[in-house]
Design a protein around this ligand. Sequence first.
Ligand code: SF4
Length: 454
Amino acid sequence: MFYTSLSNPLSYEEKLNQMQEDALFDVADPSLSYGLKDTEEVSIPDPSIFHDIRSKQAPPKVPKVFMSNKCIFNCAYCGCRASHETNSRYCNSPKELAEMAIQQAKNNGHGVFLTSAIYQNADYTEELIIETLRIMRNELFYNGYIHAKVMPGTDPLLIQKAAQYANRLSVNIEVANNSGFERIAKQKNKTNILAPMQYISNIVQVAKQNRSPSNPIIATSQTTQLMAGSTNETDRIIMNLSGALYKKYRLSRVYYTAFHYTHPAKGYELPLTTTPLWRVKRLYQADRLMQLYGFSYDDITPEHDPNLIESLDPKMNWAIRNVHLFPIEINTADYDQLLRIPGIGLTYAKRIIAAKKYGTITHQTLRKIGVSLKKSSYFITCNGKYEGGNLLENPELLKDFFSELDNTIDINKSNNINNCGISNDNFNKNTIVNVNDNYKTCNNSNKIETVTSM
Ligand code: SF4
């Protein structure tokens, strides 16, 4: 293909350095989850590369590499945006990026994520990515895992081509409602994001059904990313959208990230804002409840209480809103009922079901099979016996009690939980360290040598 580079390109080393600088932070880093105390019960899903949300296996993380950080779009929150004045733009050639990507994949041992700002136009950028993929597979014989980004509005034929080389494809939904595009990403719209998402979904479904060597398509999963807090949307709106995306496009994962707008961007009249990181944690938990525990978005974020709260995880919050459903008798509860009990997760619900075959379950039995009664004892009876005192009779006290417990969460433990990656206005490493000073790119830049989730 015909490749045009920047007229005054950075050297290879400079590009590499800039790419590392651009990718200092991860956008949807699941390490968010690791500060939570109740990870057993409603652990934030690890983003998977080889597995979807139903996988229990902790997936590896992979590095991201960028074709370019020079974008024709002008998203307010992004350091790659067209209006951002910087001399540190780069655009790799496909050969350069292929070699770089393979080196990063080798260092990491699990794969690589190829991404880019929109360089010149969406199709051209996607062609550069496809050519990179082709070189990696056919000339450099890399046969490991590759996740490739699809640009908004990419032609279906190009998506089809990318799917022949990449294991996973993604296009980011970004905002939770249509007004969000005009507000923070004027060149994006619902159509140029959902159309490729639909097409990827079709390809992936066919590829999953036909895994014969004669089928050239190897992409078998799709993910997306959604920013919280960009349009003052409620969590109910986000959860509703996520549920619809999982259902309609059969996504493997929806990743959540916090919207940070801390430096004014040309063309936007937005108040500076920073979405708190605890909200992203709670969204991941709520997502998991919907995907694995049988909760609906109405359960988690009902109309009269549409937002997740910092002080309680969404499952506990639901239980306290519905104390009339408790206590649940462990010996008669089925699997789905067990999953509604705070403190009992997927593993322990299965263990309880298995243990029932051998006799009556007591509190002692639960302890023996590993169930922590710290939370669950307030919501259960075992053979009629209740050990929760009188807290269940007073939801307000219950709320205070468990809020105290959850206050032990330290969301700042993870230093990887940032909105994006591509850096701050000045592309200055020292200022990027401040979580509030970060920008994001639709392509989720991440430090090259620092592994990142996908
Ligand atoms: S978010 Fe994506 S499309 Fe928007 S300016 Fe950044 S790289 Fe370009």
